[in-house]
Design a protein around this ligand. Structure first.
Ligand code: FES
Ligand code: MG
Length: 586
């Protein structure tokens, strides 16, 4: 044994034999012998995110057995424990509210129990950032094991029906009367034909891909579909490796450097990754103490081309992406183009070394850097009098949308439209088809009260569908703006994550229906064309109302949460860094 692990404080405290005995009494009856627990081997946590409530991560219940085998083989002692469930589509009022709750719970678990290193089991959208945020705060050796996407979906002869994306596409067909409700449900059920997380490049595939880009998982981990045999092998290898990381004392703070985050930002553009990556990466950076600014997304991400032909920006799904080479093949292209920095990773080698020999095997799925699917695929970071910071994912702007809104000769990229303002999604659903609003294809739909404080938790509601009458005319999307987020599987060009949000006095609070908004993508500006005096006078009306908190956590979350531009972390949590440098008292 090369080093004394922190778990020795529990199992080997010469001053408190009574305490040691108490722990022994409980842990002994279960799996491990007295001698083994006293032997000085590292104790490895398996942070289990799968459950019946978290079906996207349920594969981890089986995978954990393979992780254990790897840990035992390498001479560690595995202890599996539950993480607070976060399921994207089931948790109300939004799974995003629970990212910080799961984070906080995992911090307490990792810090307060005899755990020397941890395997983070990730999958569904927020499970990846919650786990990485906690590992960053506690700063014990940690490794990410992704659960992997489901197999590719299928329905009525279409073999590429993508989870999430199909919902957004089919609900437009439903509104136009082209399909029945039964077909709608069947198509959506068919999009997830096996266990695994969403098979599109939504937030789940994005965040697992970025965990790999950050250097926090074994090479090639993110993209392996959940049911594949390779996934089980990856679980075993991850179990083997975490014991090495424990002995080498490689901590998240060694891996999660600013260079690692800049690699992740560039990789996100090439993947066509979710807009949710912005707050989540910001949050991980904040907890590990790395300075990452919203403007870094523009500086290091915007000009990177889209390489991955995967829904919602492209055509294919998880199986095709894995077989084409997955994340390492995308990063290989970026490395060759000089867009990556070499970083330390949990593999024991550097990122550049990990990528050797990882050239893509299918150029229809992973495009070469020189001839990408599209140029400049990163987020545009915007500012103006409606917010300090918001982002827009330009890779999902369709040619029709670009032609309709952003191609005025001599004024490309600039659009002026009439605002239709909704306070929350109930208001949107109640009024979107109201003829009195007179919504036509020149309008910009705005939703507010959907940020971390307003919702609470920040909801994926900004990708608002046009009124049915417009859909029937073939207008499938209007420009939208909001202080909430949008699903990573959505293919709408929205201005999202507006910070500060309306609920705390951001500019959207003072916008009124029929105001003219000017969007200038070239300058990254978005402004209400309202004179200063009128704007100021509206402040006398007070902030738009938000719903009351319904649970204690909602109230606590509202009191402590920051804005999306900074990651939506609990402000008070950010000051707790590298806390495993101290020992909890007993
Ligand atoms: Fe859980 Fe998509 S809803 S991964
Ligand atoms: Mg989502």
């Amino acid at each position: 044994m090369t080093r004394r692990f922190r778990s020795r404080e529990w199992f080997d405290d010469p001053h408190r034999p009574d305490q040691v005995a108490l722990y022994m009494e409980k842990y002994l009856g279960w799996r491990y012998s007295y001698e083994e627990l006293r032997s000085g081997k590292p104790i490895i946590g398996i942070a289990q995110t799968g459950s019946d409530l978290s079906p996207c991560n349920r594969v981890h219940i089986q995978l954990a057995d393979r992780v254990r085998e790897g840990i035992r083989e390498a001479g560690g002692i595995p202890l599996e424990f539950p993480v607070h469930p976060i399921q994207e589509t089931g948790k109300r009022p939004t799974a995003a509210l629970d990212r910080n709750l799961a984070y906080m719970g995992l911090v307490e678990t990792l810090y307060g129990y005899p755990i020397d290193a941890v395997v983070l089991t990730t999958g569904c959208d927020k499970t990846t950032p919650a786990c990485l945020m906690a590992a960053a705060t506690v700063d014990i050796p940690a490794i990410v094991l992704s659960g992997g996407p489901s197999l590719d979906g299928y329905f009525e002869g279409d073999d590429l029906v993508g989870a999430g994306t199909i919902v957004w596409r089919m609900r437009r067909k439903l509104a136009r009367g082209e399909i029945t409700e039964e077909q709608f449900f069947r198509a959506c059920a068919g999009s997830v034909p096996s266990m695994g997380h969403c098979n599109t490049m939504g937030t789940a595939s994005t965040m697992n891909g970025l965990a790999e880009a950050l250097g926090m998982s074994l090479t090639g981990c993110a993209a392996i579909p959940a049911p594949y045999a390779d996934r089980s092998t990856m679980a075993y290898q991850t179990g083997l490796r975490i014991v090495g990381l424990a002995h080498e004392d490689v901590k998240p703070s060694d891996v999660l450097t600013r260079d690692a985050f800049l690699n992740a930002i560039a990789t996100n553009s090439a993947l066509g990754g979710s807009t949710n990556a912005q707050p989540h990466l910001q949050a991980i950076a904040a907890h590990v103490g790395v300075e990452l600014k919203p403007s870094d997304w523009q500086l290091y991400g915007h000009d990177v081309p889209l390489l991955v032909n995967m829904q919602p920006a492209g055509k294919y799904l998880g199986e095709g992406f894995y077989r084409a080479g997955g994340v390492p093949s995308v990063m290989y292209e970026l490395r060759e183009a000089g867009l990556l920095r070499d970083t330390l990773t949990v593999t024991g080698k550097t990122m550049f070394a990990n990528l050797d020999g990882r050239e893509a095997e299918n150029r229809e799925v992973i495009f070469p850097f020189e001839t990408p699917l599209s140029e400049k695929a990163g987020f545009v970071v915007m500012t103006g009098n409606l917010f300090d910071t918001a982002i827009m994912k330009t890779s999902v702007i369709s040619p029709e949308f670009r032609a309709r809104y952003l191609s005025t000769p001599g004024n490309e990229g600039v659009y002026e439209g009439r605002a239709i303002v909704f306070d929350g999604s109930e208001d949107y659903h109640d009024r979107i088809n109201d003829p009195a609003l007179n919504i036509d294809d020149s309008c910009i739909l705005v939703i507010r009260g959907c940020g971390p404080v307003g919702w609470p938790g920040s909801a994926e509601v900004v990708n608002m569908q046009p009124p049915d009458a417009l859909l029937r005319q073939g207008i499938t999307s209007l420009p939208t703006i909001g202080d909430g987020r949008q699903s990573g599987t959505a293919d709408s060009p929205s201005i999202l994550n507006a910070s500060p949000e309306a609920a705390i006095g951001g500019g959207l609070a003072w916008l009124r229906t029929d105001d003219i908004i000017r969007i200038d993508l070239n300058k990254g500006r978005c402004d209400a064309l309202v004179d200063e005096a009128t704007w100021e006078a509206r402040k006398a009306d007070g902030l738009p109302a938000i719903p009351a908190s319904q649970t204690p956590w909602q109230e606590l979350a509202r009191q402590t949460v920051g804005q999306l531009a900074q990651g939506g972390c609990m402000d008070l949590a950010v000051k707790y860094q590298k806390i495993s440098n101290t020992v909890p008292r007993h």
